[in-house]
Unconditional design. Sequence first.
Length: 426
Amino acid sequence: MTEDSFQRTDDRFRNLSSVRPTPDFDSPFDRAGTGSSKWARADAPGAPGVIPMGLADMDLPGPPAIADALRQRARHRAYGYTVCDPAGRSLVADWYRARHGVEVDPDWVLLLPCGPRTALRILLETVRPEPGRPEPARPAPGRPEAARPEPARPQAPVLFPAPEWGGFAQLCRAARLDYRELPLPIGPDGYRLPDGPLPGPASAVLLSSPHNPSARVWPADGLRTLAARAAEAGALLVSDEVHGDLTHPGHVHPVAVTTADPAHRHLVVTLNSVGKTFNCSGIPSSFALVPDPGLRARFADALAGYGLWEGGLLEQTVQQAALREGGPWLDALLVHLATARTRLTALLGPAVRSAPQASYLLWLDAAALGLPPQDARRALLERCGLEASDGAEFGPGGRGSLRLNYALPGSVLTTVLERLERLDLP
Ligand SMILES: Cc1ncc(COP(=O)(O)O)c(C=O)c1O
């Protein structure tokens, strides 16, 4: 039997209902009337025709499997409280094996009915000083030093490399946690992870991996070193990998919990979500890989304090459909994104601060585009009708930069390229 006839024989056994048409990522995708916050933000009165390239979601149709699963589930009018289907954990483990070639223990997985931002905020509570710990003691007049109760150590700061997507600083402020931004070194090819010892005590290290805003895929050895540095300081490393499944062909995303030395794994958490990968962040969901059972239990307790339990109805419906059937859609998406990236980087050249390797984000040097660094977002809007994110939102290291989201239909991207020609390109 030739390989070709084997292929055809095998085809007879395929379930034809699961054959999907090739996704159309070239034709315009009309989001009018869907309440899109990305479009609402860009649709400023008096600025018709603006193309929103700020907020991080895609102007591309999501996987049909998610639509089918929601339709199917909605048909049964049982919408009461739901429990967690343990099959969901195995689906996550299967996903990591198939997409990343790594073994994730299904027991590590927490399936969460909230978005990654909420999950991260609540996870940060688990690194706070334990409630009931004594306040720092004041010496009682005349009492010997040794008789004082041991003073509680003040909470060590949360550290994260910056520029970063803005969420880490926002969440730390909301949680009233002290934080410190570590400037990311930049070389000719883009950002590098800091590899020296941490600059002081830390309760947690947060990392966006791949990096938002620059779309850099961190190398595995750099990540391993960072996990070791965090462990030396007794700090938790939280790797926010919501862009990890959007790694472009030719690059390999290191999953933190399986990349860290096994001796440090108990202090590492990977956070991910089908929301970014499959463009369904309007239905909040996420999952966390937490190898340490004690931390997992504390995290689950903290979530329960907010009325969040594993196994939400919509979250499970969407997550399972995406992980079970979304692979081919994602493969097609990645080809589309990599093509769009090449078209843009060819035009923008050295204005691109760090070579993008994942996701749909471009991190640009405003001055190299001939835009005033302090007011680049407005200038781009006025000159090109393109709405970008202002680099200042990404921390002090982001001033003078712009972040462009190019997850657009091919036809719209052509318009974007034409409009960018109006700038003084390098
Ligand atoms: C790296 C990263 N982490 C977390 C989030 C937060 O996602 P959500 O707002 O859906 O919780 C985002 C959103 O853009 C992100 O880019």
